[in-house]
Design a protein around this ligand. Structure first.
Ligand SMILES: CC(C)(COP(=O)(O)OP(=O)(O)OC[C@H]1O[C@@H](n2cnc3c(N)ncnc32)[C@H](O)[C@@H]1OP(=O)(O)O)[C@@H](O)C(=O)NCCC(=O)NCCS
Length: 175
């Protein structure tokens, strides 16, 4: 490498990638050990799947190891039961410098009737890390559709809201 030539990392971080290119899916059949005494699947089981699906999308986009730095509020408005197939679809909605917002949609399907319910959507923030576990720049997001642009706009707005909340409630200013 000659002086002034960009490093391999810099070149990689400049390559834009579309949300479609990094989508991740995690699917699992809910069993009796996944449910509470009412027969509803534990929220933590769903959260674990959400986190894993989001990890797939983050790592595909960044091309690196990524860690979860934050999970936004998650609402459980509909119960999910043993015997249903839960599928989490994840895609990158917004990228900052080293962080990415990942949106995850959760579906529960009754395999006998074929009826599928969209039970949750939530947003997580991941950070790409280098070999020394330090934050490292991620590729830009190539917005290919109106839907991509809308999600990016909403992701940027959510980031602003997170930063405002962190400021108001005393977390680190830069967040
Ligand atoms: C993620 C981690 C490497 C970030 O290190 P850091 O020194 O705090 O990094 P920075 O303050 O420079 O922030 C890095 C990015 O994360 C974002 N970030 C930091 N805290 C955040 C939070 N609470 N919510 C959302 N984004 C956050 C910053 O805005 C920044 O984004 P940008 O580069 O796109 O502007 C570090 O906090 C860590 O190792 N956390 C533990 C991760 C973990 O173990 N997760 C669970 C298992 S995967």
């Amino acid at each position: 490498m000659t002086e002034g030539e960009p490093t391999a990392d810099a070149v990689r971080s400049q390559e834009a990638r579309s949300p479609a290119a990094s989508q991740g899916t995690v699917s699992e059949l809910m069993m009796p050990h996944h449910v509470n005494n009412l027969g509803n699947v534990f929220g933590g089981v769903i959260l674990s799947m959400v986190d894993r699906a989001a990890t797939v999308a983050a790592m595909r986009h960044a091309g690196r190891s990524c860690v979860t730095v934050s999970i936004d509020r998650v609402d459980f408005r509909e119960p999910i039961y043993a015997g249903e197939l839960v599928t989490c679809h994840a895609c990158v909605t917004y990228v900052g410098t080293t962080s990415m917002e990942i949106g995850v949609s959760v579906f529960a399907a009754d395999l006998l009737s074929g009826v599928e319910r969209h039970t949750n959507t939530c947003f997580l923030t991941f950070v790409a890390i280098d070999d020394d576990n330090r934050p490292v720049q991620v590729p830009r997001l190539e917005l290919q559709s109106d839907n991509d642009r809308q999600r990016f706009h909403e992701g940027r707005r959510r980031r602003e809201v997170r930063q405002a909340l962190a400021l108001e409630f005393g977390e680190k200013e830069k967040r």
